[in-house]
Ligand binder design. Structure first.
Ligand code: F3S
Length: 386
């Protein structure tokens, strides 16, 4: 792999962390036969909850951070607790202490105080054609597909290494020729807001690591946020196209593409697969993190009251500050939890079943948090417990 003078200097004469980060990126580039390392304009790092990275992750972070500051704008995924309300989340003191150590490590490195899986809602929003290095699979899919930015599906360590060096290996979705659709999905029914989670899961399962291309689909940005997360949870999808809507949709389909007709029953089958509980201990909204519009919508529905189990709405602190009135209303009936999410929290300490409108949470909560699931769109969930 060809290195520039600047890259050689980082590798041979950089700080301990810069050398390690360069070694990691070069090794990754060799695996994927990358031609060179290209500059990135931002990174998004995953692996911030003590629950997901544990002590080994903290040691890695501490080691690679030595002598380093981030070279590009860098945001980071949710942590395992709301820093102000962690006692209300029943977080144990030992967990909270470790979590605070992780926060300090990222802060010392210069990573933004962001703690969200929707960095594009708080200003880390790359434009069409911008090369970035993002981890967090739902954000990767959104960045490539909805924003038209270019990133591979990085892991936490490689996104962190890009943050320290400002570079990423040039292969995969950084190259335009790899960004065309592989599987055409034609929908034979009108899709509504609640369908995007199950549609993403259905398509992701068929695609694996290939690129789905949707025809006859109209969607809002919140719909596409939901679908991005589901696509990445049932498969290892890194981007999708919606004809006439997403920036790279005009690249079209690859020769010999596969064609799939989607029927309403396909989505019903997905929801039946998820649904394993009728009596949730908790209702969790905000996977991926709620947008300001979703918080307002939830608050509007809650004005008619709430008689259900404990309600969590997860978002970033930055987004919560955009809609203080909505946050106040939700807090009267439940909890707006900032900078954390139900999956990376220690929810299994007190809950056995969760109701959610998220396809990603419905997929991961059973295995990662030992939960049974009640899946439904937000409106149906709120109406059910009013
Ligand atoms: Fe975000 Fe947590 Fe869901 S990181 S996508 S809210 S599992």
């Amino acid at each position: 792999m060809e290195l520039t003078k600047e890259q050689e200097n980082l590798l041979n004469e950089g700080s301990h962390g810069e050398k390690k980060a360069m070694e990691l990126l070069i090794a990754l580039g060799r695996v994927y036969d990358a031609s060179d390392l290209i500059p990135v304009t931002s990174t998004h790092i995953s692996g911030a909850s003590y629950k997901t990275i544990g002590d080994p992750g903290m040691e890695f972070l501490s080691d690679i951070s030595q002598g380093c500051r981030t070279k590009v704008r860098s945001t980071v995924n949710p942590i395992g607790m709301d820093r102000k309300r962690y006692d209300e989340m029943r977080v144990r003191e030992e967990f909270a202490a470790k979590q605070n150590d992780i926060i300090r490590l990222y802060e010392n490195l210069g990573v933004e105080n962001s703690w969200t899986c929707t960095p594009y809602l708080i200003g880390n929003r790359p434009g069409v054609g911008e090369h970035v290095s993002w981890a967090e699979s739902s954000a990767v899919v959104f960045a490539n597909s909805v924003l038209g930015a270019r990133t591979n599906r990085e892991g936490g360590p490689s996104a962190l290494a890009s943050s320290i060096t400002g570079f990423t290996p040039n292969y995969g979705l950084h190259k335009e020729e790899n960004r065309r659709g592989d599987v055409l999905f034609e929908l034979e029914f009108e899709v509504s807001e609640g369908d995007f989670a199950s549609l993403g899961y259905f398509a992701g399962k068929i695609c694996g690591d290939r690129i789905p291309y949707f025809r006859r689909l109209s969607a809002t940005e919140d719909d596409l946020k939901s679908m991005s997360a589901s696509l990445a949870s049932s498969g290892s999808v890194s981007m999708f196209h919606v004809e006439g809507l997403t920036p790279d949709g005009s690249l079209g389909l690859k020769e010999g593409y596969e064609k799939v007709q989607v029927e309403r029953k396909d989505l019903e089958d997905v929801e039946n697969e998820w649904n394993t509980s009728e009596e949730p201990d908790l209702v969790a909204i905000g996977c991926p993190h709620c947008s300001a519009g979703e918080l307002k919508k939830l608050a509007g529905m809650l004005k008619k009251g709430w008689n259900g189990p404990e309600l969590w709405a997860c978002t970033s602190e930055a987004v919560s500050k955009q809609v203080p009135e909505a946050v106040e209303i939700i807090n009267e009936h439940g909890k707006v939890l900032c900078d954390t999410c139900v999956v990376v929290s220690s929810v299994e300490d007190f809950s056995e079943a969760i109701a959610t409108n998220s396809g990603k949470a419905s997929t991961y909560l059973p295995s990662l948090c030992k939960q049974r699931i009640m899946f439904s769109d937000m409106e149906t969930l709120v109406r059910r417990f009013r």
